[in-house]
Design a protein around this ligand. Sequence first.
Ligand code: SF4
Length: 459
Amino acid sequence: MTASTLAVPAPKIGFVSLGCPKALTDSELILTQLRAEGYDTSKTFAGADLVIVNTCGFIDDAVRESLDTIGEALAENGKVIVTGCLGAKAGEGGGNLVRQMHPSVLAVTGPHATHEVMDAVHTHVPKPHDPFVDLVPAQGVKLTPRHYAYLKISEGCNHRCSFCIIPSMRGDLVSRPIGDVLGEADRLFESGVKELLVISQDTSAYGVDVKYRMGFWDGKPVKTRMLDLCEKLGELAAKHGAWVRLHYVYPYPHVDAVLPLMASGLILPYLDVPFQHSHPDVLKRMKRPANGEKNLDRLQQWREICPELVVRSTFIAGFPGETEAEFEHLLSFVREAQIDRAGAFAYSPVEGATANDLDGALPAAVREERRARFMAVAEEVSTEKLRRRIGATMQVLVDSAPALGRKGGVGRSYADAPEIDGSVKLLPPEKASKTLKVGEFTKARIVGAQGHDLIAQPI
Ligand code: SF4
């Protein structure tokens, strides 16, 4: 290191990350690369040499939020690069929406474009001289708390659900090489991550695009396939005493083979299955993957293999043409399927989605009323299932623990994914010698249930 390199402060990049966990992992890749090249980050727009805004373009509110943020960054800084889903969205007349709304942005890219973003950064704020790459932690820069992390296994989607524009923004499925995915997982566990959340647009489709190509990990051949990925992730997690949680899994028959891994404790017995509806006609109109599957039978089979299984799902109420009978079918499904954690959206037309052309659009008031009715039933099911846990002992991962962990804290059991599910409120430990530590597991006896949460006594 020379005196001159020390004297020159590193250029500062402001960064705003909007959108879903998939966008978050894109942000992490860009931030990791920036840090690797010696750039610094700035907490304010005004204090930065340039600002990157990673946008979301999924629903109208998200589009507005992204455009407003770009506007603020331009007003306060002036040098702005836009990336993410909104960057791939067309505006009126087919031009780029972001460029139409904010012509002075320096560059616009779509999602999953670390190299293009870095090229634009280099053009406008040259790389600092002599970067100290060893300042980058081996696991990269994480935006989540240190003890959990998202692991993106693929990008894009081969489906064409009629309400969704993600494939037009992100393209068809591209699976990451299995060796890369497992290498990243290993580094994350080595860095202290205790919970790995596997994400994609369709986790069950992993490897379809590369015909389940044989890859390599740790010197051994491994197929690019969901089951093999889960086995290897489970083995890595077991070595580090950590959890692996699966998101965005569709109810295909081949998923059955993953359930024994859950029953044996290698993978958390938790599945995030975005059913969106239950009625076969609505599913067909939605063009949902696996719409011909008998979902109730499949769930029952899964629970026979793994009785501890917790199922989270999202649903759409008031899809175009949804009859009262179809909606009632959905309510019965949630009851019969005993969905542990359900979220619902009132259908909202997304610009560019083919569902907008379907007959039978329902008034907003009906869509909202159905959403509210759905949530009332879903909450009944969930509350009853939570109540059944009272008296049980569960493993809880501590997310926060003020007062050095002596006054209780908040954590999650295997049944709660961060951000989207409930939590476990931990009472102060009874034993004076016991403290709760963020990012560590504690055993706790469930003593109560409250809304979506459990209350537990650490033991
Ligand atoms: S599965 Fe359907 S909803 Fe999900 S990303 Fe693909 S097209 Fe969109």
